[in-house]
Design a protein. Sequence first.
Lengths: 112, 111
Amino acid sequence: DAMVIQNPRYQVTQFGKPVTLSCSQTLNHNVMYWYQQKSSQAPKLLFHYYDKDFNNEADTPDNFQSRRPNTSFCFLDIRSPGLGDAAMYLCATGVGPADEQYFGPGTRLTVT
Amino acid sequence: GENVEQHPSTLSVQEGDSAVIKCTYSDSASNYFPWYKQELGKRPQLIIDIRSNVGEKKDQRIAVTLNKTAKHFSLHITETQPEDSAVYFCAGSFGNEKLTFGTGTRLTIIP
């Protein structure tokens, strides 16, 4: 029944060691989003794909990249994680403008 | 621009009482306003939403009101229960597929 799946749920990486987080969906939604959420703060949008069109937020660091090889999958690559990148990373999907976003369970990233 | 302000940041109410959380926005192009509930360690989940052509929407103990002229919308929870304790986020959609989130309200229900 899971509609938005994120793997792994918990990820520990070393400072500067690249890490990839994955998201998949069974909803066939056009839009996939990546958010960063730090404790008790609102989710912060990093970027999103509308179909194959990539949309980067202006304040997203270059350290963060994304790939969407097909409709179902989207990846978040953190090229050189710093201590400040420790957070919950949430993937979400949506049909399009002015509609609900469906969130995955998140990946909690720890940087040592 | 796209800005959503949310108040209060924390709210404690006695079990059985009502809770009200308010959000204001600045962009008149906004047309969709969802409310998400996030329990500790879990994903945000939609609890109710409203579109700009509607003034009020209710779902059991939860209601949302929208005042387009004043550019504010509110979440109302009646007969609060301990399981209502969570962080609540309002959001707005401003003519595109993105959501702008409010800063969140931590609601605590006191038994």
